[in-house]
Design a protein around this ligand. Structure first.
Ligand SMILES: [Zn+2]
Length: 58
């Protein structure tokens, strides 16, 4: 299972790898490593266990 996803920062647009704990679903807040602005990260898994991650400005 791949728990590293590549996301684009909704503020600065930089692509970064995001590590997600296998037990994590729901929402979390994380700061961008590049611009330090906060992300609201939505984590879910589909029926196959594939990680689905969506990032919005927090
Ligand atoms: Zn950023």
């Amino acid at each position: 299972m791949d728990d590293v996803v590549e996301v684009s920062c909704p503020w600065c647009g930089e692509r970064q790898e995001l590590w997600v704990d296998p037990a994590t679903t729901g929402q979390m807040v994380q700061d961008c490593d590049v611009c330090c602005r906060p992300w609201q990260v939505f984590v879910s898994r589909d029926e196959l266990g594939q990680l689905q991650v969506h990032v919005e400005r927090s």
